[in-house]
Design a protein around this ligand. Structure first.
Ligand code: ADP
Ligand code: MG
Length: 550
């Protein structure tokens, strides 16, 4: 009901909309606006225009209670509740008020705009009150309806009062400000901006990083041509965009505004939901998925310097001329050299030279790399981070040469491994699939396999272990056509084997190389399973740890 009444206010060009609820809206809903108003002689028409006698069945009533109607909102509400409308247009000398119960029209005092008051919902049908949920639930619905309006119309100011107290207020502002006000700074910080135009389709909004994902779909806002909708197609495209970053049970968080020319979309408004049907569903699916993937791909690490504090903490200067050599980490080719870190004069970092993820300092717990950047301390989960780097590298090299095969490196000495009958069978049956993954595996004896090549991208991998894992996974998916999903999983398995193991001691050069590789890698902020690969601890947070004020 709140949705319908606010819709009307916005249709009337309101710049300020105030909603007042009593007992969650069960006792009263009042919506005030400063829109065009309704002339006194048209007030009776507003109630009758789509005169309805449809509230015949309990089901109809329930849909009014939970969703409201469209197109006949006032008449429908008037049939189940006490309602009055007070309104004044700019041409009128004073306002008019109509009491919907008796149809009485009387002069009233009011500035330009309209007030719709709905009281004692279902006064006419007390037995049906049970269809109203608890007050708290009703209030939550009303608040959510208003949030959706607020997101769609940042230039309009909204206020929500509940039992005399201000429950929410959003001032008119820019779209960006409104997103922050409604969804919170936390979501803004954990999301990336998206703004693209593809042919007749424009998309803008923010998509949550995987770490902003939620257990429920409660932070998924999709607007099509300014109207909030839930849509399976777009929902699916969004999920697909997160495919290899989000665990299946987690729900991405996003707010997305799609604008497309009206002839490309049918909006069907039902009593219970708003449905859209798109003309070119496949193209739209692809465009949404692509745009979201692109927005997510840029690493936060790359953007980090923008958030630099004005006053830089003193830090050591260092030079980072890249020296090109193969590090023991394998994939990394450009390894910056770090000179005399300890004795260098302590001057501020030159921005131009600063790396977003900073300069490696140490490795602790066999698992974490510590680094210092402009903001403070960076902590990297080295295995998770490297796994992502390797995974992206594998993905890129698989699609890079157009053959859908990973480049292979023949082994000087074949690696042999004892194999179970099942492994022997998989090795024979999936020979082609294994080759595509860079593994040339063939039976050598009754229960012995020989591996004659490895993926070129995994120089340090334990070939026997990798082969066993891949065989096990291939046996499971039955890779006759290693479909996309299974392929990504396989690459994930391979990346895990290719990534630096816990407790491996890294040199400072290797640590720096890993940091630089992360900065270059798409989606480096999360591992393949959606866990973060690095964290920033700011100088301010360090100060707080030591109760030090600045
Ligand atoms: P609809 O919005 O589909 O026309 P409603 O029953 O919601 O149907 O509203 C009936 C009519 O009453 C509207 O078309 C509009 O002319 C008028 N109206 C309702 N609310 C307002 C308002 N807040 N300000 C100005 N006019 C309004
Ligand atoms: Mg309406």
């Amino acid at each position: 009901m709140v949705r319908e009444l606010v819709d009307n206010a916005l249709d009337a060009g309101a710049r300020h909309v105030t909603v007042r609820l009593a007992a969650g809206g069960v006792r009263a809903i009042v919506v005030e606006d400063d829109g065009l108003g309704i002339p006194g002689d048209e007030l009776p028409l507003a109630l009758k225009r789509h005169a309805t006698s449809k509230i015949g069945s309990l089901q109809d009533l329930e849909s009014v209670a939970t969703m409201g109607f469209r197109g006949e909102a006032l008449a429908a509400i008037a049939s189940v509740a006490e309602m009055s409308i007070t309104s004044r247009t700019s041409a009128a000398a004073h306002a008019w008020k109509i009491d919907a119960v008796h149809g009485e029209l009387s002069a009233a005092a009011r500035a330009l705009g309209t007030t719709v008051e709905v009281r004692e919902l279902f006064f006419a049908t007390p037995a049906r009150r049970k269809f109203l949920k608890s007050e708290a639930t009703e209030f939550a619905h009303a608040l959510e309806a208003l949030r959706r309006h607020a997101l769609a119309r940042p230039e309009v100011a909204f206020a929500l009062w509940h039992d005399g107290r201000l429950a929410a207020q959003w001032r008119a502002g820019t779209p960006g400000q409104r997103l922050r006000d409604v969804l919170g700074a936390e979501f803004i910080a954990a999301s990336r901006e998206l703004a693209t135009q593809r042919g007749p389709l424009s998309m803008r909004g923010r998509v949550g990083q995987p770490e902003a994902a939620r257990a429920r779909t409660d932070l998924q806002y999709l607007f099509v041509n300014g109207r909030f909708v839930r849509d399976r197609l777009i929902g699916h495209a969004m999920r697909a965009a997160y495919e290899d970053q989000l665990h299946g049970s987690r729900q991405p968080a996003y707010v997305m505004f799609l604008e497309l020319s009206p002839e490309l979309v049918d909006v069907n408004v039902h009593p219970t939901k708003i449905e859209v049907r798109f003309r070119d569903a496949r193209a739209l699916h692809g465009a949404v998925q692509g745009a979201v993937q692109q927005a997510l791909a840029g690493s936060r690490a790359v953007a980090a310097p923008a958030a630099m504090p004005a006053a830089l903490p003193p830090a050591q200067s260092f030079e980072l001329p890249p020296s090109y050599r193969q590090s023991t980490l394998g994939l990394i080719d450009a390894v910056p050299a770090v000179h005399e870190v300890r004795d260098a004069p302590r001057t501020a970092l030159d921005d131009t030279e600063a790396w977003p993820l900073g300069r490696a300092l140490a490795q602790i717990g066999g698992a974490y790399v510590l680094a210092e950047n402009q903001q403070g301390l960076v902590i990297v989960d080295m295995h998770a981070a490297h796994e992502r780097v390797v995974y992206e590298r594998l993905k890129a090299s698989l699609s890079g040469n157009g053959t859908q095969r990973l480049p292979t490196q023949p082994l000087l000495l074949p690696v042999t491994l004892a194999a179970t009958p099942a492994e022997m069978a998989t090795a024979e049956g999936e020979h082609e699939a294994l080759l595509a993954l860079g593994l040339d595996v063939a039976p050598l004896a009754m229960s012995v396999l020989a591996v004659r090549s490895r993926p070129a991208a995994l120089p340090d991998v334990d070939v026997a272990e990798l082969t066993r894992s891949v065989l096990a996974e291939l046996a499971q998916v039955g890779a006759s056509g290693v479909v996309q999903r299974a392929r990504d999983d396989l690459l994930g398995t391979m990346a895990c084997h290719g990534a630096v193991r816990a407790n491996r001691r890294l040199t400072i050069d290797e640590m720096n190389a890993l940091l630089r590789e992360m900065e270059r890698t798409e989606r480096a902020d999360q591992c393949n399973h959606g866990r973060p690969t690095w964290r920033q601890v700011s100088i301010r947070e360090l100060d707080a740890l030591f109760l030090r004020g600045r």
